[in-house]
Design a protein around this ligand. Sequence first.
Ligand code: CTP
Ligand code: MG
Length: 529
Amino acid sequence: MSEQTSFLRKVKHFAKTKLAKRQEQADRSVLISCLSRTNEKKFVTFLSRHGDIKKYFFYESYGMYAVVEYANQESVASLLKDAGIPSVNHESLVPFKSRLLSLRNIGSADSSNQQSGQLCQPQTTIPINELIQKLSREESIDQQVTSLTEAYQLTEENSRLRFLVCSLLKDIAAAYFPECTIKPFGSSVNGFGKLGCDLDMFLDLDSISGRRAKMPKSGLLLDYQLKRANSERAVTQSILSVIGECVDQFGPGCVGVQKILNARCPLVRFAHQASGFQCDLTANNRVAMKSTELLYLYGELDPRVRSLVFTVRCWARAHGITSSIPGAWITNFSLTVMVLFFLQKRSPPIIPTLDHLRDLAGPADKSVIEGNDCTFVSDFSKIQLQSNTETLEQLLCEFFEFYSTFAFNRFSLNIRKGKEQSKPEISPLHIQNPFETSLNVSKNVNATQLERFVALCQESSWLLQQSEMKKPKGATGASTSTPWGLATLLLPSQVAGIKGRKKRRREPASERIKSLLESLKNNNQQKQS
Ligand code: CTP
Ligand code: MG
């Protein structure tokens, strides 16, 4: 077995078990709001009365919190049995018991309670200025890209917290559907998530037992009587409407609940205060689960994939190409597909096409969802990669060059074929959805936003070609912090300056206002549809 094959086999095993393991850990965990001066030793001793603690960590989000994972499920039950319902304003509280608890200190505060000793795990990325400083101290552009990826990617703790929030939400949905599961998808689990990214969740009702694969030939049998709706979409909408209502009325720490049920993919959006996550809960969204798996696979095939995606995402955010507000902006998902397409176009290609991954699939991989072929290989060891030795620096330069000159007016990006194809419809940016091939992933993007992206690619490509940009400024090893290389690409002022030099463009403020108006218009259209 070659080294690559054995590595890929391990990766496959890891991917399959990782999600189930994380879910199971989350079910054995509790989330506790603590006093900021809680003594760690006392806290652990107090909680250990219910059983062995496997792991715990503290973090801050509008106050101090701790995630505590017990070794056994029984410990959680024991802890909950011990917890009380606060007696103040009793009638004004919804007595909904969940695994989100508050720790109080009654009686006189003894001195051991006065010292805070906990190390808080960061749940957000370092500010962009600090990142620029950090990158400026690196010695090569390749190191800068790697360093950015390390600073931005989800930590082990943040990933645990994401699974825990899904598990807490599952407890709410379980009031109606006791056997349901809530799974994270999107950047929380596809390997491209940055600290602070939203939490996309999928309410999975297919895990409910009792679905008959085969009818017995004869004899008596019992079926549940079920309510029928007009369509699958109507079922999804009514389930999300009821669960959304529950989350809104009873979900501890769930605020700003919005039911966006008329969107193409109906969802309930809310903020989960204790974790600080912006959450999107969907149901019946199996295709998105598949694209999450696909992105994970691509990210694991070659480390350059994730590094390049992180860098491009960070660069785009620094320049307002992407935004946390929905609108005519390019989304992170579109950007990721653009990076994948670019890597398929290298010579030799760094990653294979989706059609190739489909051709490698075995019978067990066959997956057709709502008429869409979502089949692709799950046995990573069948994938043979070509030996492309380009460095991250070369790839970054080439990425900007590639999209500086791409004929967006004529072509659509297609990662299924790894080739550009004639646009099937008029839209400034056309990126074919990998599985729902009649859909454009970047339908929301307007011409202004695409122009901004292309202009910034041109500027960044130009910047990276300047020889003085390619090496650290000042002596290596010194605590020099003059931006160079990738750090320069993240500086807004520098880009604005170059914009002025190259050609006169509209002011950024007017761009923002235009995008906002565009987004309001889109929102209104969505509401009316
Ligand atoms: N998705 C999709 N088609 C779209 C938008 C999203 O299939 N037009 C799927 C993708 O699988 C995506 C997931 O829904 O990963 C979640 O969407 P979103 O939150 O917009 O993107 P993320 O990849 O999670 O990136 P971010 O970090 O910006 O949340
Ligand atoms: Mg997301």
